[in-house]
Design a protein around this ligand. Structure first.
Ligand code: HEM
Length: 426
C-alpha cells in the first residue's frame, strides 16, 4: 500500500491541497475542481471563466469554456491527452510516477486509450473501432429495445422504484456486458467496480476513495487475467475476443482497454439517462411533443447531452508552443476544456439555458468530445438514450420524481446517485 499511497499523494493529494487553496482564494477553477460548484454549464463559475476571456490562465493552467476553442483544441494534434505523468509535471515527479506504477487497469492511466496519444492510441482504437461503428450498433438496436422493455416492465412490481439503480444503471450494463461477452451474473459486480473506478477520472481524490478504487482494481485485474486467458484459448464472437486475438496488443494493453470499454460503456450512459429523466420530468411541455412526433427522441438525447451532459470537463497538454486566441500556450502547459461551458456557449447555441428538444443544432454539442479521442461509444450511447427514455416515458407518461434526486459526489461527471420515483397511473 505504500506504493499506492505515494502514487495517490503525487496524482491526487498534492493537486487536492493546491486546488483547495485556490478555491479558498475564490478562484473559479479551484471551486469547480473541489466540487463547490454543483451547478450545470450555466453555473456562475463557468460564467466567471468566460468573463475572464476566451482562454484565460487560472490556478496555473489555461482554461476555456468557449465552444470554438474547445473543439479546435480537441482536434488539434499539437495537443496531447493528460496522462498522470504528463509533460507539464517536473521530471522528479514523473520519475516517481514510473516507480510507483501499480500495473492496474486504471481507466485514467495509460495504456487506456483515453489517455494515450498516437501512435499507440491509433493501434488500440483500430482493434475495436468497428464493433462500435454505425453498422454494428444499428444491428444491436432491436436487442437494446428488448432490454429496455423488460426493465421498464419490471419497474411495475416496485411501487417506489429508484430510477438509477432499477433502470438507468441496468440498461447500459446489460448492453455493454453482452457486447463484451461478459456473463449476466456479473452485472452487480461490474456496477460495483464501475462505482469505485469512476472517481479515478478525477483529480484531487481523498486517500480513502483512491484506496477503495485501487482495491477493486486488483479484483478487476484478477478477474480479467483469468477471463482473457480463457478467451485466448477459445475466442468467441465478441469484443473482448477481438482484443485478445489482436497480435497488435500486449496483455496489459488488452486488459486496460477491456476495463476502459466496460466502465466507459455504462458509467456515462447511466448519467445521461438519469440527467435526461430529470430534465424531461421538469419540462412536461417538452414531453408532450413526443406524442405528436416520436422521431424527436433522437434529437432530445442530443439536447440532454448539450444541456446537461455527464462529462463536464476534459483536458489536453500542449506538445509544443501554441498561439491561440491571442494567448501564448507554452509547450507542456495544461489546458482545461469545459465541455459543459462549450455546450452553453451563446455564440453557438442561442438561448442556451432553454432546454429545447427541437433545437436545430443540438447535435453539435461537445458532450462526446471531438477529434481522435471523440467518444468511441457515442453511437451506442445515443441509441440507448433514445430507446431507453422512449420506452420509460411511453410506458409511464405520468412518471414523477419523489423530491429532488440525490446528486453523485463526483465532480467531473454530473450524475445522480439515487432517484426515487412514482410511476403514475398507467
Ligand atoms: C452518454 C454517454 C457517454 C458520454 C457522455 C461519453 C463521453 C465521452 C467523452 C467526452 C469522451 C472523450 C474524452 C476526452 O477526449 O478526453 C469519451 C471517450 C470515450 N468513450 Fe465515451 N461517452 C459515453 C458513452 C460511451 C459508451 C457507451 C462507450 C462504450 C464503449 C464509450 C467509450 C468511450 C471510449 C473507449 C472513449 C475513449 C476514446 C479514445 O480515447 O479514443 N463511451 N466519451
Amino acid at each position: 500500500m505504500i506504493r499506492a499511497w505515494t502514487r495517490w499523494l503525487l496524482t491526487h493529494g498534492l493537486p487536492r491541497t493546491y486546488l483547495r487553496f485556490s478555491a479558498h482564494r475564490g478562484d473559479p477553477l479551484g471551486q469547480i475542481a473541489t466540487g463547490e460548484d454543483r451547478l450545470l454549464g450555466s453555473s456562475p463559475y463557468i460564467e466567471q471563466i468566460r468573463r475572464r476571456g476566451r482562454i484565460p490562465r487560472m490556478s496555473g493552467v489555461h482554461v476555456t469554456a468557449d465552444y470554438e476553442l474547445c473543439r479546435l483544441i480537441l482536434r488539434d494534434r499539437r495537443f496531447g491527452v493528460v496522462s498522470p505523468d504528463h509533460r507539464a509535471l517536473p521530471k522528479p515527479i514523473r520519475w516517481m510516477l514510473t516507480k510507483t506504477d501499480l500495473g492496474l487497469p486504471n481507466l485514467g492511466e495509460p495504456p487506456s486509450m483515453l489517455v494515450t496519444d498516437p501512435p499507440d492510441h491509433t493501434r488500440f482504437r483500430r482493434v475495436v473501432g468497428q464493433a462500435f461503428g454505425p453498422k454494428a450498433i444499428t444491428m444491436l438496436e432491436e436487442r437494446i429495445g428488448e432490454v429496455a422493455d423488460e426493465l421498464v416492465e419490471r419497474l411495475k412490481s416496485n411501487p417506489r422504484p429508484n430510477l438509477i439503480s432499477d433502470f438507468a444503471a441496468q440498461l447500459p450494463v446489460t448492453v455493454i456486458a453482452e457486447i463484451l461477452g461478459l456473463p449476466a451474473d456479473m452485472h452487480s459486480t461490474l456496477l460495483k467496480w464501475g462505482d469505485s473506478g469512476a472517481p479515478l477520472l478525477e483529480r484531487g481524490l481523498p486517500w480513502a476513495t483512491y484506496r477503495h478504487a485501487v482495491e477493486d482494481l486488483v479484483e478487476v485485474r484478477q478477474y480479467f487475467d483469468r477471463y482473457l486467458d480463457g478467451l485466448t484459448a477459445e475466442p468467441r464472437d465478441d469484443v473482448l475476443s477481438m482484443l485478445v486475438t489482436s497480435e497488435d496488443l500486449t496483455r496489459r494493453e488488452q486488459m486496460a482497454n477491456a476495463a476502459l470499454l466496460l466502465d466507459a460503456g455504462f458509467l456515462t450512459t447511466v448519467n445521461m439517462l438519469g440527467n435526461g429523466i430529470v430534465l424531461l420530468t421538469n419540462h412536461p411541455n417538452q414531453l408532450e411533443l413526443f406524442a405528436a412526433d416520436p422521431g424527436l427522441w433522437s434529437n432530445a438525447v442530443e439536447e440532454i447531452l448539450r444541456y446537461d451532459g455527464p462529462v463536464r470537463m476534459t483536458g489536453r497538454v500542449a506538445n509544443c508552443d501554441v498561439d491561440i486566441a491571442d494567448q501564448h500556450i507554452a509547450s507542456g502547459s495544461l489546458v482545461l476544456l469545459s465541455l459543459a461551458g462549450a455546450n452553453h456557449d451563446p455564440a453557438v447555441f442561442p438561448d442556451p439555458e432553454q432546454f429545447d428538444v427541437t433545437r436545430d443544432n443540438a447535435a453539435e454539442h461537445l458532450g462526446f468530445g471531438s477529434g481522435i479521442h471523440g467518444c468511441l461509444g457515442a453511437r451506442l450511447a445515443r441509441s440507448e438514450g433514445a430507446i431507453g427514455l422512449r420506452a420509460l416515458f411511453e410506458r409511464y407518461p405520468d412518471l414523477s420524481l419523489n423530491g429532488p434526486p440525490i446528486p453523485h459526489p463526483l465532480r467531473n461527471l454530473h450524475a445522480y446517485r439515487s432517484m426515487p420515483a412514482t410511476l403514475g397511473a398507467r
